[in-house]
Design a protein around this ligand. Structure first.
Ligand code: ADP
Ligand code: MG
Length: 273
């Protein structure tokens, strides 16, 4: 026996513990959670009035899941969307993307993260009106430094993927709402993000077109493994979401798995529609 048997055992125990922890929290070098939201509070100052849009939100989002954030208008969905997407900062609390605390990033690092790791889809499509579908999709790649011919090739590939291979040169005004949203989805995928954030992606679409967009998002989630986080009050999302986060007055009311959901759809129809 050496002079410090207990000490040596402690060291190996600690080492084993660290190895165990690393093994538990990583798969192929990636953590299980792609997003972690910790105690997030967001307040807006309106003159003398303080509006608390998020009131202590905690949420872990699994890599590869389709998550819907559901709640009535004004419940804080877009605010949470903005926090997760790094488009705005919490008043307090933290948001981690791939275990990186977004508050610790300098502006360049944050811009890099937003350009490469996250794709954004909005209710109003937010395409650039003077640009063609193809130019809209290649723009984020150009920002990311992808050579123009490569960006063009990939842009055509993505537009074909979303069913718009025949509309490359159309400008947004020459496309239907559903087609514009498809362009926006292709654009969101431009730099191969691990997360696609969608804020009310079906909000400006009729029932049938909305359904097609939801099915497209689900297909991309299933086939490409991209994590989809959608803020919505569209109950059509319930069918295809892996989990639903119900939010009200800036607080998470409950989190449900799809499998636990079926009986409750009728019950909430009136309030969320
Ligand atoms: P949702 O997307 O669920 O409809 P929001 O996140 O947009 O809800 O809004 C949540 C609350 O925060 C609402 O009461 C809204 O009025 C308020 N709010 C949102 N954005 C701002 C802002 N920029 N300034 C002041 N209040 C805001
Ligand atoms: Mg909103």
């Amino acid at each position: 026996m050496g002079p410090f048997p207990v000490g040596a055992d402690l060291v190996s125990l600690l080492l084993a513990g660290i190895i165990y922890l690393v093994a538990m929290t990583t798969t192929n070098g990636q953590t299980e959670f792609v997003v972690r939201v910790r105690d997030v509070v967001k307040e807006y100052q309106m003159g003398k009035l303080t509006v608390r849009a998020l009131d202590g939100v905690n949420l872990d989002i699994y890599r590869g899941e389709y998550l819907s954030i559901m709640g009535p208008s004004g419940s804080g969905k877009s605010t949470l969307f903005n926090m997760i997407g790094g488009l705005d900062k919490p008043t307090s609390g933290s948001v981690f993307i791939d275990d990186v605390d977004m508050a610790q990033l300098d502006p360049q690092e944050l811009a890099f993260l937003r350009c490469h790791r996250i794709g954004y889809i909005f209710q109003t499509f937010n395409l650039i009106p003077v640009m063609t579908a193809l130019e809209n999709v290649t723009l984020p790649m150009i920002f990311a430094g992808v050579p123009a011919d490569e960006a063009r090739e990939r842009g055509i590939e993505l537009l074909t993927l979303v069913g718009l291979g025949g509309r490359l040169q159309h400008k947004p005004t020459e496309l239907s709402g559903g087609q514009q949203q498809r362009v926006a989805i292709a654009r969101a995928l431009a730099n191969n993000p691990s997360i696609v954030l969608a804020d009310e992606p079906t909000g400006n679409l009729d029932l049938r077109t909305g359904k097609e967009i939801i099915e497209l998002l689900k297909r991309l989630n299933a086939e490409r493994g991209v994590t989809i986080i959608s803020a919505t009050h569209d109950l059509k999302m319930l069918d295809i979401s892996d989990r639903i986060v119900w939010i009200r007055d800036g607080k998470i009311e409950r989190i449900e798995k799809r499998s636990e959901l079926e009986l409750k759809v009728g019950e909430v129809e009136g309030e969320a529609g």
